[in-house]
Each structure stands twice: as C-alpha cells, then as structure tokens.
Design a protein around this ligand. Structure first.
Ligand SMILES: [Zn+2]
Length: 1003
C-alpha cells in the first residue's frame, strides 16, 4: 500500500483585507510592520496568517485565534535551525523516549541539511537561526479538516505587500531562503521591534520562519526512527519524510494554482523561483516575464496565456506530455489528472524517467523504503533556487544516508534585508516632508554580498521620483514624493556576478503636513497660542473614519491606516458628525464650533500595548527657560468605556510618526504630562492644564496627545449608552481578555501659551552719545541667542551708529532678524545724542592754543590747550589767585610775564582730550547728579578704585571711551582695575535708588 503525502487547503476567513469590518478593524487591528504593509504572512498552501500567529512563544494572544498553541519556547538546536515543539506534535515531551527518538531523527535531518547547505549563518556564531515550528498536525490543519492518511507537511512562511495592480508581484523568496542566504533573521526590517516587543530581545528569533507537522496520531501510520537498520517492514521512514518535507519548505514548491494564478490570492501575485523553471513538454515557460532590463527577472510575473489552463489539470498522466522542470536538470514534474493544489507541480515524477531514481520529492511514499539524501537532480534544484551546497550529503552512521554530487554546486549568494526601521526605537529611518529630497543611504549595508541594486521603485506611488533606480553601494539615492504617509519601495540586490537576490523592501515616511491651509498663526508673538488650529475648526471637506489628518495641522502619531478620528458637524457621514456620532452624543464645548478629535486609548492586549494618539506641529519651537501653560479639554465618549484611563500630553523635539499602534518613545520624561485625576464624565468636557518651565535646551516642536506611556486604568461605571439615539462602541466585551481595558476620548480646544513675555535677543545700547562719537559695532550690545540681522534707524550705517549723522536728540535704533521659528523679530533701543556738559564735559574745552597779554581775571582757572599756551610780557597772575596751564606741546612765557608772590601757578605739558563719550545704563535719570552721591578714589587709579555711595551698591559697570564695556572684578566696594590699559574710563554705579556716572583715569 502506498500512502500519499498530501496537503490541504483550508478555506477560512483569514484574509483580513477581505473579512475585516470597518469599525472592528479600525479599533482592533494591531500591526507589526509599519502600516501593516508586510503583515501578510502565507504558507505555500496559500493559508494566510497574522504576524501574531507566528510569534514564537505565547507572547500574546492572537486575534485570529490560530496563534501559538502552547509551544515550548525553549528550542532544540539542530545545525543552524531551531526547532520549537508544539504540544501534540508528538515530540514535545523530552522525558518520553518515543518523542525523543523522533526528535533525534528530525534533528539529524536538520544537522545534515546544515552541513550540506553553505550559509553565513555558520560564520555568524549561530546567533541567528532558522526557526522551525514543529506543529501538532491537528492544529496545523484544524478540524473538521483534520487529515487521515497524511504523513506530514511543511512550508516556509512568506511575507510580502498587498498590491491589487494587475501583474504586480513577482518572485517571492521565503523566509527560510532569506535567512539562510542573509545569515541574519529575515524578519529584521519587516516588523517593528516596538510593535512586536522585539526591541528588548534584539529582534532576532521572535518569529517562525517555517513550520512542519508529522502524523503521529493516525494509528494506521507507524514510523521507523532507527537510522541504522536497513529494513523496517510496515513502517514509514521518518528521516525520509522529514527530508522530503523540509525540501518543500526551503523552496521546492510551486505557488501556481489550478487557474494559473498565485495561491496567495488576489493582490498577492507572487510565484516562486521554482515556478520560473517550469515548462510544458515543448519548452514553453509557465510564467510570463518581462525582459531583464524591465526588471522582469524578479518582478511582475503572470501565467503565460499562450498555455491553456487545462495543462495544469491534464486529463491523463502521459509521460510524453509531462510538464517539466528545466534547470540544471530536466525532469518531469508530477501532474496528476485533475489539479491537486497540494501535490501538482510540487513533486518530481520518477516514473517517467527511465531507471526510476526514486526521488526524495516523489509525490508518494511506501513503507520500508529509504530516501535519505537528495538525488543529483534534486540537489540541482536547490542550486537553481540559489542555495550554495557542498559536494556530499549525510553522515556515515545513517544507513544508506550519504552521497556525493557532481556538477555545479554554487548558488546565489546575494540576499537583501529590508531597510528603513530603526531597531533602537522603531522609528522610520527615511523620512522627509512632501516634495523634498530624502536621501536613501546605505540600502545595501545590511544585505549580503550585494554589489549593487536594481529596479528600485515605489510600490504604490507612481508619482514618486527617484534619482536613480539602480546603482552600487556607493550610489547616492534621493527620493521624493508629494504623497504624505508611509511609502514602501522595493529593489533587487545583485552581486558582482549579476546574480539576483530576493525582492527587498524599504520603508519611507513622508511627513503628514497640513494638507489644507490652517488658520494664520501668530506664533511669533510669544503670548499667542502655539497650537495651530487649536479648536479643530479648520478642516478638509473630504471625510472618512479614522482620519484625524482631515483637521488642518493635525495628524496621527502613528503610521497606520484608520487611526485617531476627526469629527465635524459639517460632515454628512453620521458616524463622524458632531454632536451625534458613532462614539456617542457630545456637543462642541464652544458655541457654534463643530469640530473635535477622538481616539481610543487602551491598556494592553496580551503583552501588546495598544493605543491611538494624535500630534500637531507647533507654530514655533518652545523657547528655553520659559514658563508655558498647556491646556486642552477631554470628554469620555459615552457608554463605551470599560475603564477610565489617564490622558497624556508629550512635547517632543521631533515630529516623528511611530509605526503601529501603541505607546510612543519618551526620550524626555520631563516633557510628558499625565492627567492623574482621570476624566470619567461623558456628559461634560474636562479642562486639563499643565504649567511647566522649559530647561536650558528647549526647541520642542511637536505636541502629542493620547495614551502615550504607561497607560493606566481605574474602574469606571459605564456611562449611559445611545443618548439621543447616537452610536456607541461597546468595549465592555466579555470575549476580550480581562486586561484589555479601553475607552474613547474626545479632545478639543488645545493651547500652549508662554506665561511670560520672552524674546530670544535684547539690544541694550549706551543711553547717551556725545556729538562726534561713533558706536563702531552695535552688535556688541546684543545679548541672548545671537541671530544674524540688520540695524536700522537714524545715523545707522551697517553696524555703526554715528551721533553726528543722527543729530542731537532721541533716536530709536532697530535690529531685525529671523529666529529659528522663522519668525521675523524686530527689537529696538533708544539712544540720546547730547552735548550736555555734565555728560560730555565743557564744549570746546580744549582749544588748539591760548595767548594771554593782560592781567588774569579768573581767580581760579585751568587752561588746557592741545598745542601751546603763550603769555605776553604784560601777563600777570595776582596774589591769591590760582592758574594752571596744561598744553600738549609747549608753554611759552615771554620775559616780564609775572606771577605775584601768594599766587598759585603751574605749567604742565600734557595731552588734552578733545571730547569724551558718556556711557550710561538705560535708566539713568536725566538730572544733574549730586556730586557727593558718588565718590571714587584714588583718581587717577592704580590697581584699585574705591567706590563710595550713600546706599549699598547694586551694580557697577566700567566702559572705555569708545563705549565698550570692560570686564573687571568687584570686591566689596573696590574695583580691581589693575588689568586696564592706561587711559580714560567711565564708571557707572547703581544703587537701589539711583544710577551715577563718573569719569576716572587709569594710570
Ligand atoms: Zn511532497
């Protein structure tokens, strides 16, 4: 009796694209790849899985109910494979000798295969392995389809994007193939570590790459597990069946169904490399592909219409008309009369080969037969598929289990690993704004043996532009698209021999910018609301559920489809109208307003934390060391909340949208704000307010709102449902796990305002300027964060202010600059050009020369001249009077110039200042100063200048005559001026009541 190894297709509603309902899918779908774009997992029978279905261990419960059924998370290592045994697999009990005997056989196959196939896994320290799920066959094929008479089954998993475009798709390499070729986990770059809880475990080893199951429950099937014996009548050889099945799993399998379409179904137009070698008996290829130059070698295959579909379902099984596999070998393929999805095209037909080689991959097995190594032709298939293999197979301890091969043994070394996910925080690496150039760097750095890439394209956006579609590792690639949201690109890595690796995907995210014109912001006014469209009243008229992006300048905090909602009374859709919508009855809190946001916020679902949130870019970044008030209103949606949760806000320095649902990374905990009082009312809006002060480094640009981090719950009495006949969503559902707490919040009226008037720069010019004086560089009087700008005003030329050009009087000097927020700011200060003697000294106090010929009439006088002083013969200083001569060059007294006894007289040669600049702080009162109120001594000063005032000092500043402030150290009432160069200085002294100014000389 012969038993067929057969396969079953079970038709259940696994395809979420076909089966999801609008409301349920919106709130329940948990994506693991960004946007769910690669969450489509298939086996080669065409069964579709969620990523959670193939998550190793019971990391969380699956929504589709087909998840990990009590599989031991501790694997058995066999070569570069890890085997995980599900309860009921017949191998799960390590204390059961029958189970262990089976395990040893299975492990022997995987060890032999690991020795046979070359892989960088072998040189990577085996940190990465191929993870095989050894299943209970009754779970792998659930009742009522539980098989009888099936020996076993196996498949790799395949992950790929959905695209309904006709002909789209191509060659899909499976996850076992990719992992063996890459030497790293093929799911790296597929699933976000944030969503799969992979970030803490290093990502690798989280998902199964393939599965297999053997029938140990059918009492009519008995197994040989003794590899040393030559004969075992009535028993099936477990080694031979395992080798047969794993050969399917590594890629000896077809995805062509009876109609010539892909077994994966509509929108997944993918085939295998194996399919590309299939021909009819007259050498017509089964798959129609474009020329290699049009990327046809890997993309966009379809069944060759020249062939009739009937060829797949032949009326007889004549060897003369057999479909053939034509690669390194040319072998007839098993095609029974009537197409059998599980078997047709997937096996070699040795009965049509003279001297039947008894292929391992024959469609049926008999008892007491041994096929413990691949035949030459089957080895050639592995090479055609791209595996690099050794020239021998098996170990001598196995009876009839070794062979040597001739011919080509080198496969395709090159393989690609997906790009675009940052594994430290799950963010998308390649992001940018619509229409801007995004540099796609290092696409090949994580690939294996990739010398270049080709056929780079955006899968969904035909308007996107790429600077190049092919190149080498060093080629600069820039990408641009005007379509906001997640983009998926694909390329083919190629090696230096021109071999082509697997289709490799790249995530790119185009920031959601306000795709409508928001209200004119006044964010450059520090007292204005930094939140643009704070009341959600500016919106796009097109409508749809899960579309917060319809509110101008607002978007979802996650890269998802159908996330947080936007409600507006102008919409016609009753589910998203206000005040009555799918989530309850809730009027806008502001009269005549009609718009607000809404989001579901959840605790965990199994181990998966799962929540919606929204974000908006502020009109300008937060300033450092500034006090702000953040405020918004929330209302619980009525009736639908099992629990009430905390509501949170976070201010971030970047505007990232994060993959999947869930919490967002909080890099700055001081900017996370949690409402600890819980909003529990569905009938009123609660205002939540946080006051906070930014630190030395601020610059936050983006506000996030929702359930963001460590989401927390308390019990809540459900609010009334169906008020005014409005909708509601019942989260209080006993079918979901107890910890699956959820509720829904409406959000409106968001604001962030500065509580203090703050600007980034100030201008503090000298208050008084004397004629003839110039401030050569006014930028020296700017303080704060410097921004390049321009001065304007009377007397201004460039950075220079000329008192003469401005003229006497008060002048306002302006400085205009653009700050980091793009705000144009003008600051100003007032200067007063004055010739007041108390400030500038006597006018003309230093003429070029004096000449005296008569009796001096001033009782006490000092004459200063820049050049000379001359006295004629009748010059007389009388007794009791005092005269001092000071001249820059000489003093000449003619004979008979007379100084009487009792007079005071001196004649000194010294320089004479022609003018001085008076510098003062801005609040210096324009009153004559009490000369006694400030005393400084000694003057001229040596190392120190003592300061004496009527009341305690509050501030002391020293300026040179050009108006530049100089540094010095104040020690009590004594200024250390020892470092100042000799010359004239101005000292300004402030007390609590007043400011004073005096000139002093540094010796
Ligand atoms: Zn088979």
């Amino acid at each position: 009796m012969r038993k067929h190894t057969i396969f079953f297709i079970f038709m259940v509603c696994l395809t979420n694209i076909l089966c999801q309902t609008k409301g349920q899918a919106k709130n329940d779908k948990i994506y693991m790849s960004p946007g769910g774009t690669l969450d489509n997992i298939f086996d080669h029978y065409g069964n579709k899985y969620d990523p959670s279905d193939i998550l190793i261990g019971n990391k969380r419960e699956s929504l589709s109910g087909t998840a990990n059924k009590s599989t031991n998370p501790a694997p058995m290592s066999c070569g570069f494979f890890n085997l995980y045994f599900e309860t009921g697999s017949g191998m799960e009990d390590a204390s059961n000798p029958v189970h262990m005997a089976r395990r040893n056989v299975v492990c022997r196959v995987f060890n032999d295969l690991s020795d046979f196939i070359n892989s960088p896994l072998k040189t990577n320290g085996l940190n990465n392995k191929v993870n095989i799920w050894v299943r209970n066959i009754n779970n792998a094929i659930p009742a009522p389809n539980t098989p009888s008479g099936v020996l076993g089954l196996a498949s790799s998993f395949y992950s790929m994007p959905y695209n309904a475009t006709a002909g789209f798709g191509g060659i899909s390499d499976n996850e076992i193939w990719k992992t063996i070729h890459l030497g790293t986990d093929s799911y790296d770059g597929v699933f976000s570590p944030v969503n799969s809880n992979g970030s803490s475990s290093g990502v690798s080893g989280l998902f199964y790459h393939g599965m297999m199951a053997f029938n140990f429950s059918d009492s009519s099937i008995n197994w040989n597990t003794d590899l040393s014996v030559a004969s075992f009548p009535g028993l099936y050889d477990l080694y031979s069946v395992v080798l047969h099945e794993i050969t399917h799993a590594v890629g000896f399998s077809s995805l062509i169904n009876a109609s010539g379409n892909s077994k994966f179904g509509t929108g997944f137009n993918y085939f295998t490399r194996y399919d590309a070698f299939l021909k009819n008996s007259t050498s017509t290829e089964f798959l129609l592909k474009k020329a290699a130059s049009a990327c046809g070698e890997m993309y966009n295959y379809s069944f060759n219409n020249v062939l009739s579909n009937s060829i797949l379902s032949p009326p007889n099984n004549l060897c003369s008309s057999k479909i053939r596999y034509v690669g390194l070998s040319n072998v007839p393929v098993f095609t029974p009369p009537g197409f059998t999805e599980s078997s047709s095209l997937n096996h070699f037909d040795g009965s049509c080969v003279s001297s039947n080689p008894n292929f391992v991959t024959e469609s049926a097995y008999a008892t007491n037969s041994i096929r413990r190594y691949l035949k030459q032709e089957e080895k050639n298939v592995l090479v055609d598929l791209g595996y690099s293999v050794n020239s021998t197979f098996g170990v001598g301890t196995t009876y009839n289990g070794t062979t040597s091969y001739s011919g080509q043994l080198t496969g395709i070394s090159v393989a690609g690993s997906n790009d675009g996910i940052n594994y430290t925080n799950g963010t998308i690496t390649f992001t940018g704004n619509p229409g801007t150039a995004i540099n796609l760097s290092n696409l090949l750095s994580n690939d294996f043996d990739a010398a270049g890439f080709e056929c780079l394209e955006d899968i969904f956006d035909s308007t996107a532009t790429l600077s190049v579609t092919s190149g080498t590792a060093g080629t600069s690639v820039t990408y641009s698209s005007s379509v906001a949201g997640l983009h998926l690109l694909r390329y083919i890595p190629v090696n230096s021999s021109g071999k082509k690796g697997n289709i490799t995907y790249v995530y790119v995210y185009i920031n959601e910018q306000n795709n409508c014109t928001p209200p004119t912001g006044t964010g450059c006014n520090p007292n204005a609301n930094l939140v643009i469209n704070p009341q959600f009243e500016s919106f796009l008229p097109s409508q749809g559920i899960g579309n917060i992006n319809k509110a101008c300048n607002w978007s979802d905090a996650h890269i998802i489809t159908g996330g947080a909602d936007y409600f507006n009374g102008n919409y016609g859709d009753p589910e998203i109208k206000t005040p009555c919508n799918m989530m309850g009855y809730q009027p806008d809190n502001v009269t005549n307003n009609k718009g607000y946001a809404g989001m579901v916020v959840r605790k965990s679902y199994g181990n998966q934390i799962y929540s919606e949130s929204i974000k908006t870019t502020l009109a300008s970044p937060l300033l450092p060391n500034t006090k702000y008030r953040l405020s918004f209103q929330v209302s619980l949606a009525e009736g639908n909340s099992k629990n009430a949760i905390k509501f949170q806000a976070y201010l971030s320095n970047n505007s990232t949208s994060y993959p999947g649902y869930g919490e967002i990374p909080i890099s700055n905990p001081s900017m996370l704000f949690t409402d600890s009082n819980y909003a529990t009312s569905a009938s009123t809006w609660k205002t939540i307010t946080f006051d906070f002060t930014t630190g030395n480094v601020a610059g936050q640009t983006t506000l996030y709102l929702g359930g963001l981090s460590n989401i927390d719950f308390i019990s809540n009495t459900p609010s009334p449902q169906g008020v005014n006949g409005c909708g509601y969503y019942n989260y209080n559902d006993s079918s979901v796990p107890n910890d699956f707490g959820a509720c829904y919040y409406f959000v409106d009226n968001v604001s962030i305002t500065a509580l203090e008037n703050t600007i980034d720069m100030t201008l503090d010019l000298p208050q008084y300027i004397c004629p003839n004086n110039v401030i050569s560089d006014m930028s020296l009087y700017l303080t704060g964060s410097y921004f390049n700008g321009t001065f304007s005003g009377n007397g201004v030329s460039g950075n220079t202010f000329s008192a003469n050009a401005a003229g006497l009087g008060t002048h306002t000097i302006y400085y205009t600059y653009t700050n980091t927020s793009g705000c144009i700011i003008t600051i100003s200060d007032v200067v007063f050009v004055t010739d007041r003697e108390s400030i500038c000294g006597p006018a003309n106090n230093c003429p070029q020369n004096y000449s005296f010929y008569t009796t001096e009439t001033n009782p006490s006088v000092i004459y200063k001249a820049s050049e000379y002083i001359y006295t004629g013969s009748h010059y007389l200083v009388q007794s009791g009077n005092s005269v001092d001569f000071k001249a820059g060059k000489y003093i000449l007294m003619e004979p008979d110039s007379e100084i009487e006894y009792g007079a005071s007289f001196s004649a000194i040669i010294e320089d004479c200042q022609t003018n001085i600049t008076r510098i003062s702080a801005k609040s210096l009162p324009e009153v004559e100063q009490n000369e006694n109120a400030l005393q400084i001594y000694p003057n001229p000063a040596g190392d120190f200048l003592n300061i004496k005032t009527l009341s305690p000092l509050t501030k002391v500043e020293i300026y040179d005559t050009s108006g530049k402030k100089v540094n010095f150290r104040l020690d009590g009432n004594r200024a250390n001026v020892s470092h100042l160069v000799s010359g004239n200085y101005i000292i300004t002294v402030e007390t609590k009541e007043n400011k004073y100014t005096k000139k002093f000389i540094k010796k």
